[in-house]
Design a protein around this ligand. Structure first.
Ligand code: ZN
Length: 398
């Protein structure tokens, strides 16, 4: 085979049957071919870049053309003409130079390309979650850096990402403030009780923000992080119970331990359910909302117990029951909006980017978390003001 034929033969050419230069060029695979991209790492970067966002390309439904990736029209006739012209005008050298220039131009266009948001219909099935959101979806972005860069673009997940990212930062700062207090200001047991709550909130909000950022990476990554997202909710609910039970039953240690044990068992059960593969499917949305709502509502049992024993006024004054009820209301409202996809179910396509049910749910979760923080810090203040338990007899600790 001559150098010329060799240069035009790409990978899978059958060298036992020489082909003409034109046939060889026709056989050449497109540079964005999936298999070729796997073989050549640099092309994976090209594919990554193809998936870059361009928020300015938010399409309305009518004018929408899907999630366009660059395509290179392969016109056999133009190849024929190019080869013939090149051979006539300058031979092999010119042909190779032209091919090289064309390839450089193609690469430049590819790097300059950017991904655009998608219509729901054009998403792969594993990214189709809420069909009431019509436009503004991110296409699959099989690169973590592209996923994290998309935080700064406008799409259906922008609000979901930022609500819990900012919440995560706020609670991290809160943890730092409380944990750096002196032993006199905040003794170690109180630091542990409050710290459990802060860490639960940080894990929940952190997992949620990460999930919403990377779930368009691939089906595997999406499922993995959705499980972590649900685990985070279970951890936050558990973490919310700990300081409330700790201060409510401060002087009744056995009772406190029984309730804490139940909460931890329910928390572990919720995490196990969250790890179930099918749990993240969109048809299980009401089940997800229901299971976490029931877990949260299980707090009614120790709350009622406290009211029966201490009376309503004491429950409000010393156990922050009013804040607890407000927190429960906010969580339940958020869960209901999430489960029934309000308001987008009434106006499909109107809340694609802002004020969709999931964003409202996120905001209500943050609000509920701060309400609960306020409630447990009031309980902490009360506990620190009265000091140790008055009488530690067997009757009072049970
Ligand atoms: Zn979420």
């Amino acid at each position: 085979m001559s150098d010329f034929e060799d240069a035009l033969s790409f990978g899978d050419s059958d060298i036992s049957q020489p082909m003409s230069p034109v046939q060889a060029l026709r056989k050449r695979r497109p540079i964005w071919d999936e298999q070729l991209a796997k073989e050549i790492p640099a092309l994976q970067e090209v594919q990554e870049f193809l998936n870059e966002d361009d928020s300015s390309l938010l399409d309305d439904e009518d004018g929408y053309h899907g999630c366009p990736l660059p395509s290179t029209p392969v016109d056999p006739a133009s190849f024929d003409r190019e080869v013939v012209e090149a051979l006539r005008s300058g031979g092999l050298g010119t042909l190779m130079h032209n091919a090289h220039e064309a390839e450089k131009e193609f690469m430049r266009k590819v790097w300059a390309a950017s991904w655009s948001v998608c219509n729901f219909r054009h998403l792969p099935s594993w990214l189709q979650d809420n069909d009431y959101l019509h436009n503004g979806h991110r296409p699959p972005l099989p690169s973590f850096s592209a996923c994290f860069k998309s935080i700064f673009r406008i799409h259906t997940e922008t609000g979901n990402i930022w609500t819990h990212l900012l919440g995560c930062i706020a609670f991290s700062a809160g943890l730092l403030v409380y944990m750096t207090r002196s032993e006199e200001e905040l003794p170690l047991p109180d630091k542990l009780a409050l710290g459990t709550y802060f860490i639960g909130a940080i894990i929940c909000l952190g997992f949620s923000f990460t999930f919403h950022t990377v779930y368009c990476h691939s089906e595997f990554v999406g499922k993995l992080f959705s499980k972590l997202d649900y685990c985070g909710i279970a951890i936050q609910i558990t973490g919310s119970f700990v300081p409330w039970l700790y201060y409510s039953f401060y002087c009744k240690v056995r009772r406190m331990m029984v309730y804490l044990s139940f909460v931890i068992i329910l928390g572990i059960a919720s995490i196990v359910v969250s790890l179930w593969d099918k749990f993240s499917e969109s048809r299980f949305r009401p089940w997800r909302a229901g299971i976490f709502a029931i877990f949260g509502l299980s707090g009614v049992v120790p709350a009622v117990h406290y009211v029966i024993e201490e009376g309503w006024v004491n429950a409000i004054t010393y156990a922050s029951l009013d804040w607890l009820i407000l927190m429960g209301f906010l969580y339940l409202l958020g869960a209901a909006l999430y489960a029934f996809r309000v308001p987008e179910c009434f106006f499909p396509g109107r809340f694609d980017i802002w004020f969709q049910s999931h964003q409202i749910f996120h905001v209500l979760v943050i609000a509920a978390a701060f309400v609960h923080l306020h409630g447990i810090t009031e309980m902490l203040t009360y506990r620190m003001s009265i000091g140790a338990c008055a009488v530690q007899s067997a009757a009072t600790v049970l």
